[in-house]
Design a protein around this ligand. Structure first.
Ligand SMILES: [Zn+2]
Length: 298
């Protein structure tokens, strides 16, 4: 029944009828399995889809996938390998492994809720909560919550943040497959203070951003030879001007960002620039054309 319904929705979308039904988030959100195609991240992290994704096993020796009901534990094979690698490494720092949040939908694409990105199988959210056990039931994985590592005033890390967090983030940033990692700014500030290694270039991959206090978000580079995958620009080297990003742009997040200086408001432009479309409103036409074949594939 599910398959027939999906086929019908895809057919409708392909013929270009029924506006609402051709919203990309509905089409990709309805997919239950990966496409039987070679692995191929198509487009950009926040505007694309993915062929040939692989499901992260719900439980592994050093990880558990959380919130299984969302069916977002699908990633590019390089992402699955990365999660296996990093979670094994986490045990060296005293954790049992990692609780793994959303990766992508079975065929990637825009989502009906949450993330703008996570569309091409190369983004993953990893919980800040150290796993207590790795034998959580399905129900426990729905109900357990992560923990925040940020103080209530958003200016520093709190007591939940440990040296193990720092070690895991450093290991992740040093992984060659990783393009960048998004964390709450106080975590980066703390890493800037405590990093001891002579080579601090890994710190440039740690990018401060709002949110990201319950999880950190790892984004992998486009894999070698993935010709439909669009690299993110500016690069982290450009963003940190060749340095480590431990500078005034970082401090802004815990000063002016939280407490904007009172200055005269700039005059509003006569015609405000149109807001860019949110991925939730994308139609198939907004995505790379290859995404139609991903939907239509077995
Ligand atoms: Zn994320």
């Amino acid at each position: 029944m599910d398959r027939i319904l999906t086929a019908l929705i895809v057919a409708l979308a392909l013929t270009g009828t029924a506006q609402a039904d051709s919203r990309a988030k509905d089409l990709f959100g309805a997919q239950r399995t990966a496409s039987a195609q070679a692995p191929d991240p198509i487009g950009f992290y926040s505007r694309g889809c993915a062929a040939g994704l692989v499901q992260l096993p719900e439980t592994g020796p050093t990880w558990q996938a959380m919130r299984l009901s969302r069916n977002r534990n699908w990633g590019h094979p390089e992402m699955i390998a990365f999660i296996e690698r990093l979670s094994a490494k986490a045990t060296q720092f005293g954790w049992r492994g990692l609780y793994v949040g959303d990766i992508s939908q079975p065929r990637g694409g825009p989502m009906t809720s949450g993330h703008r990105s996570h569309q091409i199988g190369l983004d993953v959210d990893i919980w800040m909560r150290p796993p207590g056990r790795l034998n959580l039931s399905r129900a426990e994985r729905e109900n357990l919550s992560s923990i925040s590592v940020r103080s209530a005033d958003q200016r520093r890390v709190n007591g939940n943040y440990t040296r193990a967090h720092a070690a895991i983030l450093q290991a992740a940033a040093r992984d060659r497959a990783v393009d960048r990692i998004f964390v709450t700014p106080p975590v980066k500030i703390e890493l800037c203070k405590t990093a001891t290694a002579a080579d601090k270039r890994w710190l440039r991959k740690i990018r401060p951003i709002y949110g990201h206090n319950y999880h950190f978000h790892v984004r992998l580079k486009c894999p070698r030879g993935a010709r439909h995958c669009v690299d993110q620009k500016p690069t982290v080297a450009q963003l940190s001007k060749g340095g480590d990003g431990c500078d005034e742009t970082l401090n802004w997040w815990v000063t002016d960002y939280l407490d904007p200086p009172k200055t005269a408001k700039p005059a509003k432009p006569a015609k405000p620039a149109p807001k860019p479309k949110h991925p939730r409103d994308y139609t198939l036409d907004d995505l790379p054309s290859e995404c139609r074949a991903v939907l239509a594939a077995n």
